[in-house]
Each structure stands twice: as C-alpha cells, then as structure tokens.
Design a protein around this ligand. Structure first.
Ligand code: ARG
Length: 460
C-alpha cells in the first residue's frame, strides 16, 4: 500500500503537496488528541462488551493508547500531515505499536462520528472551564460592588447625566449579565453533551453496538437519535459561539465604560498599571490597553460566530468536508473567551474608584431633577405638570450656575408653593438613592441585598 494514501489504495496518483496541506487538519486538530483517545477507548470497550472485539485486542488497545498519551504529553509525538488529521495520526501510531488490534479499533466507526464526538467532548470541558471563570469574574465584581454600595455616581442615559446610582449598583448590572451568560453556557452544554458515535459514516453500522453504553462511559446524557444529523450538524458549536459572543459583547460594553471612566476628562477610576501601557513617544500617557483589546477581541469572536453559521448554511446532509473548518473558529472562541475572563477578573480587582469625581459629576448634572418631580407628585401635583415645573427650575439653576439643591426654599417656592423645607432631603444624591428602595433599585440596602443573593447563588 502506498504510504501517501492514508485511507486506501483506490487512488492512482497521490495528491499534490499543496492539496495535502490544504486538506489536512492535523496542524490544528491535534489539540483534540486526548479527547480522541478517550472516545476511542470507550468505543473499544463497547465493541468488546458487544462481542465485536476480543479481550486481548481491547487490552492491547488500552496499553497502546496509554503509551501514546504519554508520548503526546512528553512532546514526543510527531504529527504527520501525510496522515491528514488527529484521528489517522493516532490510529496509525497505535497500529505501529500493537499491530492488528490497532486496525480493528475503527470497526463500526467512521471519522465522521469520531470527530463529532471529539469536538463535543472538548467543548464540554471548555464550557465547564468557562462557567468557572465567569463565576470568578462575578466574585471580583461583587467585591468591588460591596466596597462601593454607597458610592454615588451619575447614572447615564444617552451618555447624559440622568439620575444618581451607586457604583455598586452599576457593577451589579454586569454581574446580572454574566449570570445570564453562565445560564446560556450551561443550557448549551445540555445539547453538546449527546453522543454521535454509532452514527458511523452517516447511516449507522451493521455491527451489534450499544450506543448507550458508550454514552455512559463518556459521561454523555444521551445519544444523538439520528445518524445523519449526528455526523453533520454543528448547531451546538454555533450555539456555544453565540453564547460566547454575548459574554464578549457584555465585556466589551464594560470595557468601553472603563476606558471612558479612566479618561482624565472623566477621572472616575484608575486601572492598575499592570493592565496598561505607556506610549513610546508621549511620556505622560497611560493607556487602558486591556479593556481596549477586549473590545477589539469581541469583534473577533462575533466573527467566528458568523463564520460558523455561514459554514453550516448550505450543507446538504450528511457529513461534508466543510465541517473541518469548524475547529479553528471554535478553538479560538474558547481560547479568547477564557483568557479574557481570567484577565478581567484580575483587572477588576485592580480598579481604584474615585468617589469625589463621581459625586462632583452627579452634582453638575441636575441628577436629582426627577426626585423633585416625584416629590411634587407626592404632594398632589400630576406628574406631567411637575415635570414642567422642574424643567423651569433646572433652567433657572443652570442660568445661575448652581445645582437645584443650592437654591433657597424661597426661590424654589416661586416655582411651586407645594415645595416645603423637607424637599432638601430628596435633592441630595444620597436622598435620591435612599428613595429607590425596592427590588432592583439603587438604594444601598437593595444593592447589599443583591450582593448577598449573588454570593449565595455562587456558593450554592
Ligand atoms: N478531519 C476531518 C474533520 O475535521 C475528520 C472527518 C473527515 N471525514 C472524512 N470522511 N473526510 O472534519
């Protein structure tokens, strides 16, 4: 048999070097090796249980695979492009080591169901890692929220000062987003965790197999119930990449805020030096490189989502070689997301909050105007009327260059005689916060309650 053909002697000429490189996946799919071996060992055990593979062959396969794993971990496994992909590299090495037993491993199996199984095993492990790192980032955001449960900052809409919130409340918004992200990952895992093996090339196999046994050995919750679907669809990978894109989009939003807050023009926070770089020409510069890169890398992950959706969309059943292109986007999505989450958890621990600057911004922005309107409503004025009264009050204060809290009671009463001395308790930022005392509101005690809820959830 010619060595240039890993699959058969059917061909009359070898592929060109360029085609060989173009069609091979081993340069990137070799990172699936340990999952590939795990799947092969379960497949072999199942064949043995079903009387298709002898005890001696199973024992030889186990020994051989043990050696191969050791070689891979020691960096002694030489991957060959001639053997196209991780599956054929491992199988050939096994056969070199143990002879015919190695050649029997592929009974009742195809690379089509094999690769689909490998990706699912790999992705399941990535999801578990990601869910762990999301929790770690949430913990670091909760610590920051707790330290700033009373820290007043302007809440913005349209990037204009709107109403006072606490910095802790603002951080909790991201904790909420990340909670949904973790839920999405966990939900996606359910559909990842189903076994394709047994589908073989596309139609199933003539051997008396027990797919549920293989599933059980590999920790899958179920088997894929249609062989054509099992080998061809990558919806689970698309779903994961969509969930990953949303995590990146959430972190991109937070990054945008960190960048803005660190600008000397805003000055709400400082980011620890280890996450920033200087300029080669401007000695005064300290640039928020890490948040900027996270914002940039979110585009890369969203790009992978588009790549995978597009990869899938015109494929007829069942397996097509197109699917080999699923791996690099998927690998890079997981790698990028994991690195981003890890670095972010550490970066949020290194944030210095500047409460004076935040408070000054609240006072400059008439942030308690809504509180005055609500105050008038509680004294009996219809809201639309109070809105107008306050608009006139704000205009006056703005012309005077002062906050509405700085106007005298006498002056305020020129706008409405419903205003009394108790108005000043709602016109301060702290008064404004304290009044938003309901689930989901920014009152410091509500912020503390949410922190406790999240901590209990993460501990449980
Ligand atoms: N390297 C291939 C992939 O990644 C494995 C499956 C190939 N199957 C085939 N019949 N060519 O998808």
């Amino acid at each position: 048999m010619q060595d240039t053909h890993a699959w058969s002697g059917r061909f009359s000429e070898p592929v060109s070097e360029l085609v060989k490189k173009y069609t091979a996946s081993v340069t990137f799919d070799n990172r699936l090796a340990e999952f590939d071996i795990e799947g092969s060992l379960a497949h072999a055990a199942m064949l043995n249980k079903c009387g298709v593979l002898s005890d001696a062959d199973l024992a030889a396969i186990r020994d051989g695979m043990g050696e191969i794993i050791a070689d891979i971990r020691a960096g002694n496994f030489e991957w060959s492009v001639d053997l196209e992909d991780v599956h054929m590299n491992v199988e050939r090495r096994l056969t070199d080591k143990i002879g015919d037993a190695g050649k029997r491993l592929h009974t009742g199996r195809s690379r089509n169901d094999q690769v689909a199984t490998d990706i699912r095993l790999w992705l399941r492990a990535q999801i578990d890692t990601i869910v762990g790192f999301i929790a770690e980032l949430q913990t670091s955001l909760l610590d920051l929220a707790e330290a700033n449960a009373d820290t007043v900052m302007p809440g913005f809409t349209h990037l204009q000062v709107a109403q006072p919130v606490t910095f802790g409340h603002h951080m909790l918004a991201y904790v909420e987003m990340l909670s949904r992200d973790a839920e999405r990952m966990t939900d996606c895992r359910k559909r990842v965790n189903r076994l394709p093996l047994g589908a073989a090339a596309l139609a199933g196999t003539t051997f008396p197999i027990d797919r549920f046994y293989t599933a059980q050995l590999l920790g899958f919750d179920d088997v894929c119930h249609n062989s054509l679907d099992a080998v061809s669809d990558r919806d689970f990978a698309i779903e994961f990449t969509a969930a990953a894109s949303l995590v990146m989009v959430h972190l991109s939003r937070l990054s945008e805020e960190l960048i803005l807050w660190m600008s000397p023009r805003v000055g709400f926070i400082d980011i620890a030096d280890r996450f920033c770089t200087g300029s080669s020409i401007m000695p005064q510069k300290k640039n928020p490189d890490v948040p900027e890169l996270v914002r940039g890398k979110s585009g890369r992950v969203v790009g992978h989502l588009i790549a995978l959706v597009t990869l899938m969309k015109a494929q007829p059943l069942a397996y097509n070689k197109d699917n080999q292109e699923d791996k690099e986007p998927l690998f890079d999505t997981a790698d990028t997301l994991i690195d981003t989450l890890r670095i972010y958890a550490d970066m949020m621990r290194g944030i210095t909050v500047k409460p004076e600057a935040m408070r000054a911004a609240v006072l400059q922005g008439f942030a308690t105007a809504t509180d005055l309107a609500d105050y008038l409503v509680k004294k009996g004025m219809p809201f639309r009327d109070s809105h107008e009264v306050v608009a006139l009050t704000v205009r006056h204060a703005e012309l005077q260059g002062v906050d509405i809290a700085d106007l005298s009671l006498e002056k305020l009463r020129e706008f409405s005689t419903l205003i009394e001395a108790d108005v000043f308790t709602v016109l301060t930022p702290e008064g404004s916060l304290a009044q938003r005392d309901h689930v989901g509101g920014t009152a410091p005690n509500q912020v503390r309650a949410q922190i406790a809820r999240h901590r209990a959830r993460l501990a449980g």
